[in-house]
Write a protein that binds this ligand. Sequence first.
Ligand code: MLC
Ligand code: AMP
Length: 439
Amino acid sequence: MRLFPQHTADVTVGDRTMRAEELHGAASAVAARVQGAPAIAVRAEASPETVVAVVGCLLAGVPVVPLAPDAGEKELAHVLRDSGAVPLPDVDLAARASFSAPEPGPSATATALILYTSGTTGLPKGVPVTRRAIAACLDGLAERWAWDADDVLVHGLPLYHVHGLVLGVLGPLRVGSRLIHTVRPQPLRYASARGTLYFGVPTVWSRIAADPAAATALRHARLLVSGSAGLPAGVARDLAALTGLVPVERYGMTETLITIAADARAPRRVGWVGTPITGVQARVVDAPADGETPGDLQVRGDTVFGGYLGRDASGFTGDGWFDTGDVAVTDADGWVKIVGRKSTDLIKSGGYRIGAGEVESALLDHPAVTEAAVIGAPDPDLGERVVAYVVAADPVPAQELIDFVARTLSVHKRPREIRFVGALPRNHMGKVQKTRLAG
Ligand code: MLC
Ligand code: AMP
């Protein structure tokens, strides 16, 4: 199954642009080199090399494991061991080859990507994403957003998650629209790139809304899209005032890709993420479609994965629906609004998903730390920020612990704040009572 036509569109990352033919030639050279490998790990810096590496592996039908460029030793070792992926040697952007996969080519059910994502406890788990899931997700979104080859997509999101990589790179290549990646998602960089379509997480939109010069520069855009976390109503309001546009929202997960999205042509309903895209069904369990009663959000369909790499298919109901862990309401028109999350041990900070257990165990690896409990505290900029309650055997500066987590896991998983306590609140079974830790 082909994911994109041979010559799609030009891709710019930072100050480097690759014409569609150049991208295809360099990616073909990668494909010829990696063909037959079980899986290839790509250090996913925001660069044309990353785009070429990913496209090359996909041409060859070899699964890609994108690595966070700032992944620390512990996280990196785990991902490489768990996936069995082999790191890709340097990519030559000047290489030109012509590659066609032996017929019949990779099947629709072949794994295209293995994305690592945090659970509530333990180390991140691998999510195999099939070619069919990617195609269904991108075609469904193109339909919702009337996204076509005349669009120019702008974003600066990281290239190792669904948002920045699947939607933000494979999306334009499949649709044939030009991509301008700004390397970092800073307001002024969005403002100076002339696009029609802009992707951002709520933190990006809130920073743009707080920068009127940057925001007003987006007035020419056709569509702003927000996702990966809930968009605060105040941010939507400020953006509307400055740009004349209210972002369209969509909802998804690493395990399911994007499942629910609002139609760009429909009136905006801030906080509502839309209806299931083509090929996907959603249900809110044991709740009437009254727009008010919350229940567990479950999904199934073409975009949904089949189970974590090397593990059983946890998270699925007996009748084959994936339990997202999110709590939602739905209304008579089938629109969905995300109202919360079942586990407080999954933190969303700046759109990144961070497992409390993973940060706790990283902190416990530090010799001065005897106990640690991590929570997500409400944060006006990041949505939630990682806060760690720590019992220390010896005096240790908070910054040392923050840097230690940034080094062992990755920078975005570091606690933004350490609160030293004499003991953690525990119940009579000895379990930490996180509800008694103040946000
Ligand atoms: C700070 N830095 C440190 C550090 N403290 N470096 C080492 N050690 C420390 N202790 C450095 C960082 O490396 C970085 O450098 C700089 O300081 C700023 O880092 P930051 O403060 O962490 O960045 P911040 O401004 O908080 O980031 C906000 C953000 C980011 C919005 C840019 O959170 C982001 O990119 N979010 C996107 C997440 C995303 O794509 N999620 C999608 C998941 S998919 P430098 O040099 O790099 O600036 C999904 C599915 C779906 O959810 O529905 O989409
Ligand atoms: P990740 O695995 O990083 O893709 O994170 C998935 C989680 O992000 C979901 O389970 C939701 O909690 C959250 N999420 C994604 N999109 C939205 C949205 N539009 N509104 C609210 N939460 C969202």
